[in-house]
Write a protein that binds this ligand. Structure first.
Ligand SMILES: [Zn+2]
Length: 501
């Protein structure tokens, strides 16, 4: 077999051997003259031969290794400090390299496109086994291309490690590519970068004043645009926070639109009169208490102590949060508390579900464990014991009822509700539709908040900056939106741009 067309030029085949998984090829350099790397003078007096083993591209899934015999030459220039030098072939391999350039390039691409560990698995599959740490080294060695400063720039923060260290990423909005990463999310760092890269005409950013101030200082003529994604994320937060305060209302809608269990073919084992009188506010609610004790070995107590200690040493909230890796709000809460965080006993919300329990009991569901699971799905916050004690007053069933299994009830988090409401109703399932229709038709305040959210999204879609001003006036009157509108007003120029550009 003639291998010369696939071998590097100026190398002669000595021998080759094809194994089960690998091919070994021995080569001899044919050039008998070398050039001293220091004085550049040609030399042909051979000092010795040396061997290098390099990996080449695989052939038919078999890995290929080249054993290359090269010369060492004497430099005969008396003025030159170097006495001996080794023959090289920079077109094919670099000094100290373990694989040919042509074998290195695909590895670099695979590693950069997929990440080191997936790349290692792919390489093993195609007959070029490389460890993931080698691939990582190869991708780190990739030279960064010279970037021209974009005219339209996107700025956002990201977490190196969530809660601990954040950086800033800069995106070229025309090429949709990241162009730089800054080591923190401080205004000064961004300002310095912007000063070094003049010529930026438009910057999109989140709504934090840190970036806004840095951009205004460094390039006052650039148009600032509030990033649409962040605007919509903030809007969703408003709706979710509002829905969090409406938990009771939401549970009512869930209960009201429970999928009906078919009980028409069976007779009920009990009648309503046989159940104990319904629990009211006048009854003893103490048996519904969820008791909790302060646990001095608990994690939160330990965290509280750490914060208090650093506070006593005179550190600020930001510094403590950074040092301990806690959220700033957690530190702030502990900071202002002059006492050990004590968990007060709270009443279980079992009484909210009494109607449902009675209905299920009458239907024949007397299994406390299963009832507990059903209630938990609706947001019941108490324990098994509380429920079991409560149900002990209910009379046992005389006949084992033959009922079809109850369908699993849905529970919705505020986020899920917001997501569903932002979808076209055609995508809702039958259960979701019943629940959401009930929720919006029965509860005026929820519908109002939802309508405003939908209007905002629609205005953004239509790029109607004029409508935005009107929307702000309307939304301001709804307390859930007061803070959001105040934020928009403070950054109105950039927000308006998001509705124009
Ligand atoms: Zn020399």
């Amino acid at each position: 077999m003639d291998l010369s067309p696939i071998l590097p030029d100026h190398f002669q085949l000595i021998e080759h051997c094809v194994g089960e998984n690998a091919i070994q090829i021995s080569l001899l350099a044919t050039q008998t003259v070398g050039r001293c790397p220091d004085c550049q003078r040609p030399a042909n007096k051979v000092h010795s031969f040396y061997q290098r083993t390099l990996t080449d591209l695989p052939i038919c899934g078999k890995s290929v290794s080249l054993r290359i015999h090269l010369r060492k030459f004497f430099c005969r220039n008396d003025q030159c400090a170097r006495k001996i030098f080794a023959q090289t072939a920079p077109a094919y391999f670099s000094p100290y390299a373990r694989r040919l350039n042509r074998a290195q390039q695909p590895l670099q691409t695979i590693a950069l496109q997929t990440g080191a560990r997936p790349a290692a698995r792919i390489c093993a599959l195609i007959g070029q086994p490389v460890s993931h740490s080698t691939l990582l080294r190869i991708s780190h060695r990739t030279p960064v291309q010279n970037q021209t400063t974009p005219t339209r720039l996107g700025v956002d923060d990201f977490a190196f490690r969530k809660g601990r260290r954040y950086g800033t990423i800069l995106i070229d909005l025309d090429r949709h590519q990241p162009i730089d990463v800054l080591p923190d999310r401080e205004g000064k760092t961004l300002e310095a970068w912007l000063r070094e890269h003049p010529g930026i005409e438009l910057v999109t950013r989140d709504r934090s004043s840190v970036y806004a101030n840095a951009i205004t200082t460094a390039c006052p003529n650039a148009i600032q645009v509030a990033d649409r994604w962040h605007l919509l994320a903030n809007l969703s937060e408003v709706v979710e926070r509002f829905l969090d305060t409406q938990r009771d209302t939401i549970n009512q809608s869930i209960l009201a639109t429970l999928p009906a269990t078919d009980i028409s073919t069976t007779t009920l084992p009990l009648s309503e009169e046989q159940l104990p009188p319904s629990l009211t506010w006048h009854n003893d609610l103490s048996k519904l208490m969820v008791t909790t004790q302060v646990d001095c070995t608990s994690k939160s107590y330990e965290r509280y102590q750490k914060v208090k200690q650093l506070q006593a040493e005179g550190h600020g909230i930001r510094a403590i949060a950074r040092h301990l890796g806690f959220a700033r709000n957690t530190v702030k809460r502990y900071w202002h508390q002059g006492f050990v965080p004590r968990q007060t006993p709270k009443r279980s919300n079992l009484y909210l579900y009494e109607g449902y329990l009675r209905k299920r009991w009458l239907e024949g569901q007397t299994n406390v464990k299963e009832l507990l699971a059903e209630l938990k799905a609706f947001g019941y916050n108490g324990s098994y014991t509380i429920l079991a004690n409560f149900l002990s007053a209910y009379p046992p069933l005389e006949v084992e009822p033959d009922l079809p299994p109850a369908r699993k009830a849905n529970s919705y988090s505020s986020r899920q509700i917001d997501r569903l409401l932002n979808q076209p109703p055609a995508k809702w399932s039958a259960d979701e539709e019943a629940f959401l229709t009930h929720l919006l038709s029965e509860h005026e305040s929820i519908r109002q908040v939802h309508d405003l959210s939908e209007q905002f999204r629609q205005l953004m879609k239509e790029k109607s900056a004029k409508g935005l001003a009107k929307w702000c006036e309307d939304a301001e009157k709804v307390s859930a939106y007061a803070g959001f509108v105040r934020g928009l007003r403070q950054d109105y120029g950039a927000v308006e741009q998001a509705f124009i550009s």
